[in-house]
Design a protein around this ligand. Structure first.
Ligand code: NAD
Ligand code: USQ
Length: 410
């Protein structure tokens, strides 16, 4: 075995997985990407592509060989279906670490129709279970690092700082008060987020029963596009989702500003969310790999986020930087109109993470990418088609609202 050891990156062709694969390869790990290219097929289904022109996997990997002199292997395996191929690969590579990004990750896409709900559950739950089952079946002692979501905690106002996975509670046992620690109660806000809470239960079980070493990273909304490695060659450029059912809020606002579309604030924009820049996604994963749980240790949970922001404040900031119009739309989602969010993230800070937080420079960098590729933007795809319930009207034009008087669906 050469280098620092074998790492399998499940979902390594995606937005977070691609820059992570490049970085790990550069750090000297032998990286094998496993991906069934389902995200590229969803682009075809939605009639919309990444804003940035992403190359085929073959061209991406060839460009990486050219600029780095290192080889990343690729296997087209559907981890939710091709159990035997996955198990065989684990036996062959004996990876020290598996990073699991390979899920359908968009909340609106998961709510589009019964077909999309069922696909998201089948894909995400079977995929995660197949990985766990194959590890035990093949007797491979790899550290599994999973990309989970801050959304498992829910987005009501918790009234406290959200802990990293586990919660201390006081219970009455035979008249005596005892303090015990429990997994934080799941409170998912979409079918997608629900699959992540079910993943967590699978991790809990395989860790308890089989001693599988697992780190679950509860990540916030990722923004940005490039990392040092994706900038090394034009063919290494990262994907950039902006359309209504796949793009995430801050990157969407930055594209909307670049193409002259109003910034699409849902409801009053009172939702507060956790955020992380794509460069810190990669930094955190490197730290998680370097600090695996000990044998016998419970599932390690990190809140992978560096800051929180309210949606309307982000819109105001982007508007101030670009002059874009801010417009409110009837919220297609069923979520709290306003929420507070305070989050613990001390574990990554203790491991040395130096957070990259929102700055005008970084926002300008994304606006520059968005402006460069604005001709590739399909304006008709900016408004989300998906709604959380049938009775929520589709609002393509915007509906004026003021804080305190949100437009509520019938
Ligand atoms: P993405 O859709 O860009 O990448 C996921 C990759 O997994 C794609 O390349 C897809 O083809 C692949 N994949 C999906 N199902 C597969 C299967 N059954 N077999 C093999 N490959 C499969 O998503 P992303 O933004 O890179 O997110 C990666 C992970 O990080 C997801 O699990 C997501 O839940 C989590 N996450 C993402 C964000 C974010 O803002 N992007 C935030 C928090 C957590
Ligand atoms: N929003 C708008 N306007 C938009 C898009 C979104 O106001 O044009 C609002 C939404 O209503 C929501 C917030 O912005 O309140 C965040 O939405 P999002 O689409 O950016 O993020 P979300 O659906 O939560 O999902 C994303 C990723 C998912 C990840 C999650 C982390 O797609 O994979 O798990 O962020 S978290 O939000 O912390 O759960």
């Amino acid at each position: 075995m050469q280098g620092k050891g074998n790492i399998i990156v499940l979902g390594g062709d995606g937005f977070c997985g691609w820059p992570t694969s490049l970085r790990l390869s550069r750090e000297g790990y032998n990286v094998t990407i496993v991906d069934n290219l389902s995200r590229r097929k969803i682009d075809v289904e939605l009639g919309c592509q990444s804003l940035t022109p992403i190359e085929t996997v073959e061209n991406r990997l060839a460009a990486w060989r050219e600029v780095s002199g290192r080889t990343i292997e690729f296997r087209n395996i559907d981890i939710a279906r091709d159990y035997h191929e996955l198990r065989t690969l684990l036996v062959e590579l004996q990876p020290q670490t598996i990073i699991h990004f390979a899920e359908q990750r968009a909340a609106p896409y998961s709510m589009k129709s019964p077909k999309h709900k069922r696909y998201t559950v089948d894909n995400n739950i079977n995929g995660t279970h197949n990985v766990l089952c194959a590890l035990v079946d093949a007797g491979v002692d790899a550290h599994l690092v999973h990309l989970g979501t801050m959304g498992v905690y829910g987005y009501g106002t918790a009234g406290m700082s959200i802990p990293e996975g586990y919660l201390n509670v006081r219970v009455d046992i035979k008249g005596q008060e005892h303090e015990i620690e429990i997994p934080y109660p799941p409170h998912p806000g979409s079918i997608y987020h629900m699959t992540k809470t079910l993943d967590a239960l699978l991790f809990y079980y395989y860790n308890k029963n089989d001693g599988v070493r697992i780190t679950d990273l509860h990540q916030g909304v990722v923004w940005g596009t490039n990392t040092d490695e994706t900038l090394m060659h034009p063919a290494l450029i990262n994907r950039f989702d902006y359309e209504g059912d796949y793009g995430t809020v801050l990157n969407r606002f930055l594209v909307e500003a670049a193409v002259g579309h109003p910034l699409t604030v849902y409801g009053t924009g009172g939702q507060t969310r956790a955020f992380i820049h794509i460069r810190d996604t990669v930094n955190c994963i490197v730290l998680a790999i370097q600090n695996p749980p000990a044998r016998g240790e419970r599932v390690k949970i990190f809140n992978q986020t560096t800051e929180t922001h309210r949606v309307r404040d982000l819109a105001a900031l982007v508007s101030r930087l670009t002059g874009a119009e801010v417009r409110t739309y009837i919220n297609p989602r069923n979520e709290s109109l306003e929420n507070e969010l305070v989050v613990h993230n001390e574990q990554f800070l203790a491991l040395g993470l130096n957070p990259i937080t929102l700055s005008e420079g970084l926002l300008a960098e994304v606006i520059e990418v968005a402006s460069k590729y604005k001709d590739r933007c399909n304006l008709s795809k900016i408004i989300a088609d998906s709604r959380w319930r049938r009775d929520i009207p589709l609002d393509r034009e915007g509906t004026p609202v003021t804080v305190g008087t949100p437009p509520v669906a019938a």
